[in-house]
Design a protein around this ligand. Structure first.
Ligand SMILES: [Zn+2]
Length: 113
């Protein structure tokens, strides 16, 4: 669950944002309800939620806020959506986030060699 106002993510079971006092919405409905949608950009898309969560954890380690939007359970996937998992960061962090993601991906290739 996520707060549509301050964009803080909460664990399941929490229904109201403790900071704003407004109702939380499911994360997968969040994309269309971003309070500042232009501030967010997609830096990664993929099919693997575990891998995307790993990237998110790395970004958090670099103090970059990120959101994962998964369309796995939604109808879009049956309509030919090939990248159901998206990782979003704020625009100001996009460049740094991309370089971190690229570093992770190139390290992965090195490990396989
Ligand atoms: Zn809030």
């Amino acid at each position: 669950m996520i707060c549509p106002k301050c964009e803080c993510e909460y664990v399941n079971g929490v229904k109201v944002c403790s900071d704003c006092g407004i109702d939380l919405i499911p994360v997968d409905e969040f994309e269309g309800n971003l309070s500042h949608p232009k501030d967010w950009v997609i830096v990664y898309t993929g099919n693997d939620l575990i891998e995307t969560e790993m990237l998110k954890a790395n970004l958090e380690g670099a103090e970059i806020d990120s959101i994962i939007i998964s369309q796995k359970d939604r109808n879009l996937i049956y309509l030919g959506e090939v990248s159901p998992v998206k990782l979003l960061v704020k625009k100001k962090d996009a460049e740094e986030a991309l370089s971190i993601i690229n570093d992770i991906n190139s390290t992965k290739i090195d490990d396989e060699e």
